[in-house]
Design a protein around this ligand. Structure first.
Ligand SMILES: NC(=O)c1ccc[n+]([C@@H]2O[C@H](COP(=O)([O-])OP(=O)(O)OC[C@H]3O[C@@H](n4cnc5c(N)ncnc54)[C@H](O)[C@@H]3O)[C@@H](O)[C@H]2O)c1
Length: 252
């Protein structure tokens, strides 16, 4: 069978690290030409075109997307993966922090997708995939702002899927559980007892370990592949069963 994405051009935001880097690699392995759009593209794999852009800056996003389209002449796949965290309960963050996180995690998707839309409309197999989170569907402690942003990503995914279905653009999302990425590494390093914190995060997922970035990338590859032409307006949970399973305690 030929590579699934041969001849297609993909943009992956936040593709210089963690889940985004794994997604970029998975798409390239299936034949796509990949452009990584990242606020800090220094860590991007040199086999990808790296474009510096902050998804919270509309003019910068428009320049970056035009740059990619100018180089490749088309955009078929957009993975809106760039995101930042926020900790604390509903009172923990001030208005500026709420605006900053929502601007990256939610409005960032709107900015990049709007800039790419004219190109996606011309693609014979256009697909968008947004990175949401287990935080969108499970109530996690001390993640009020982050969870609100990721819930919005799911709602936005469905609305986008409805708006663009008849233009031939599919829109889906992926909901990772806690994944083993530099982001989580940074979180663990600030914990009073990083090993205990990691063990607690692993135990929270029914399969007893962190999700790998490659496992998330596999789901994204499925969602954006032209072979998944009937899949739109939905999401795949890659969370070791965390969102849906209720296991009895293990027997010792
Ligand atoms: N790691 C997890 O446990 C986990 C779980 C669920 C969902 N997610 C989501 O997955 C996505 C990727 O997370 P990760 O763990 O790979 O993080 P990461 O910090 O390892 O990588 C994020 C990348 O996004 C880039 N980025 C951040 N803000 C940006 C901006 N404003 N504009 C452009 N690029 C920006 C960073 O430079 C970095 O390269 C995020 O949307 C996150 O919310 C992560």
């Amino acid at each position: 069978m030929s590579a699934q994405l041969e001849g297609l051009v993909a943009i992956v935001t936040g593709g210089a690290s963690g889940i985004g880097a794994a997604i970029a690699a998975a798409l390239a392995d299936e034949g796509a030409q990949v452009a990584v759009l990242d606020r800090d593209p220094s860590g991007a794999d040199p086999r990808f075109t790296a474009v510096a852009a902050d998804v919270s800056d509309r003019a910068g996003v428009e320049r970056a997307v035009a740059d990619v389209a100018g180089r490749f002449g088309r955009i078929d796949i957009l993975v809106n993966n760039a995101g930042i965290g926020a900790q604390g309960d509903i009172a923990a963050n001030d208005d500026d922090e709420w605006a900053r996180v929502l601007s990256v995690n939610v409005t960032g998707i709107a900015r990049v997708t709007a800039a790419a839309l004219p190109w996606l409309r011309q693609s014979p197999s256009a697909a968008v995939c947004n990175t949401s989170s287990i935080a969108a569907t499970a109530g996690l402690p001390q993640r009020a702002l982050y969870s609100a942003s990721k819930g919005a990503v799911l709602s936005l995914t469905r609305a986008m899927a409805a708006d663009h279905l008849r233009e031939g653009i599919r829109v889906n999302a992926v909901n990772p559980g806690t994944a083993d990425t530099p982001w989580v590494g940074r979180l663990l390093s600030t914990a009073p007892d990083p090993a205990a914190e990691r063990a607690a995060l692993e135990a929270r997922q029914p399969h007893g370990r962190l999700v790998s970035a490659d496992e998330v990338a596999g789901a994204v590859l499925y969602l954006v592949s032209p072979r998944s032409g009937s899949t739109t307006g939905t999401y795949i949970e890659v969370d070791g069963g965390m969102s849906g399973l209720r296991l009895r305690p293990a027997q010792s």
